[in-house]
Write a protein that binds this ligand. Structure first.
Ligand SMILES: [Fe+2]
Length: 446
């Protein structure tokens, strides 16, 4: 990264050792990989990753601190500019800095742009590469990060993602960003420090946000009764473009993928805005243009860890039938501070009377992946449902991140990377065969 003021806290000795796992007679693999049981603290505010850049009103978190200018100068060749806007908010006794937001339109596909923000006193320059034009065979690599926080483990996770030879182009973030709510009165200075921490990646590639429980920031006894206030003021998403009425659920198209983000902590029952939107959204997806259908939410619908066990059950009862019907390829979640991948299973046959309550293998249903292992101050979760249920293919409480590499319309490669390994080591992996094309060829050959 070009910014000298952002340093990496430490250099970590990494090994490529993988001890494999133990296969239970009931389910998949519960990894026996050994890891430290220590809970990592938040990095102190004096850490270099939180440093405020030098210069009066110098941009931080990719935004100037004070009113200054919301102008962004950008260029691939000829310099242009776009003017944005800014917002501020108060949270109990905290006043936010000026949070500048600017949308740049009419960019070329697949082009590296430099951009500059700030005022005359102090400007800073970054760059990003625009995505390729949407098309069914366009390769693209997503990173998956969740429940990141701002501990020493969080720093390791981000470093591993940045150093992964798979080179993620966009992060699908599965919720729980800063964990500022772990501090008295949800000290929002920890939202600022988190913004400075992740700037080294967020300034250079898109992060697609989904909201977790640590974004709710609900403190009505102190006058803070507006849920998601800090998060939604800081991290704008293009929800209106997909006909959504809330930044908490929306969709984007990217290369050959259609990404749907939904909110575990907003109402989702029949007749709610989120339900109505999703029911319109799923049939809209044109799989011959964007064959890969990916859903992102915070709370997993399938998890076999004891903590948070079945918290996603009511949403599963509501939505799993539609994810199966519309052949969603994969559903990424966080919340559970560990890693897990399921078999392709369905539990939609179950109603409260028929006893079909065990998820059944079905090759045309989504894979569910929990990637809540980013490394926040709450630490990892070790207690699991025992014996391992059949629908759980691989589970391990280690910190890490994942990548989802789309090769073409039919094939994608998924890999999970744990922080304790070398940058290129894959601790779990799976080839994905696109469900839309797989089921089409199954019908054709019938
Ligand atoms: Fe969570």
């Amino acid at each position: 990264m070009a910014m000298s003021w952002v340093g990496f806290g430490s250099v970590y000795l990494l090994t490529g050792l993988f001890l494999g796992g133990l296969r239970s007679c009931n389910g998949g693999i519960s990894s026996s990989y050994f890891r430290s049981n220590d809970i990592s603290d938040d990095m102190p505010l004096s850490s270099d990753v939180f440093a405020v850049p030098p210069g009066y009103n110098a941009p931080q978190q990719v935004t100037p601190n004070e009113p200054g200018s919301s102008k962004v100068i950008y260029w691939a060749e000829l310099k242009k500019h776009a003017v944005g806007t800014f917002v501020t908010y108060k949270y109990y006794n905290y006043s936010s800095p000026y949070l500048h937001h600017c949308t740049i339109k009419n960019l070329e596909y697949n082009t590296k742009y430099f951009y500059k923000v700030g005022t005359r006193e102090a400007t800073r320059q970054f760059w990003f590469t625009t995505p390729p034009e949407v098309g069914p065979d366009v390769p693209y690599t997503f990173g998956l990060i969740g429940d990141l926080g701002q501990t020493f483990d969080s720093n390791r996770t981000l470093t591993h993602y940045e150093s992964n030879p798979a080179k993620g182009q966009t992060v699908l973030f599965v919720g729980d960003l800063s964990y500022a709510d772990k501090y008295p009165l949800h000290d929002n200075n920890r939202w600022d420090s988190w913004g400075r921490f992740v700037e080294r990646n967020v300034a250079y590639q898109p992060w697609i946000w989904s909201a977790g429980n640590h974004e709710i920031d609900f403190l009505p006894q102190y006058g803070e009764g507006e849920p998601f206030k800090p998060c939604t003021h800081r991290y704008f998403v293009p929800f209106e473009a997909s006909g959504s009425t809330s930044p908490l659920w929306y969709s984007i198209k990217r290369a050959s993928a259609y990404i749907i983000v939904i909110s575990s902590y907003s109402t989702y029952g029949v007749s709610t805005p989120q339900y109505k939107w999703l029911m319109k959204e799923l049939p809209k997806v044109n799989r011959s243009k964007t064959p890969w259908l990916i859903v992102v939410m915070h709370c997993p619908l399938y998890s076999t860890y004891a903590h948070h066990y079945m918290e996603g059950e009511t949403m599963r009862v509501m939505y799993e039938q539609y994810f199966v019907k519309y052949k969603v390829d994969v559903i990424f979640s966080g919340h559970v501070h560990a890693y897990e991948r399921t078999e392709r299973v369905s539990n939609i046959a179950y109603n409260i009377e028929n006893c079909f309550c065990a998820p059944r293998n079905d090759e045309f249903t989504p894979v569910y992946i929990t990637i809540g292992d980013g490394g926040n101050q709450e630490g990892l979760l070790y207690e699991m449902v025992d014996p391992q249920p059949k629908y759980s293919a691989f589970r391990e409480p280690s910190h890490g991140h994942a990548t989802f590499e789309i090769k073409n319309r039919t094939t994608a490669y998924y890999a999970w990377h744990r922080n304790l390994d070398g940058y290129s080591v894959e601790a779990d992996s799976l080839w994905f065969h696109n469900l839309y094309w797989k089921s089409s060829s199954a019908v054709a050959s019938f």
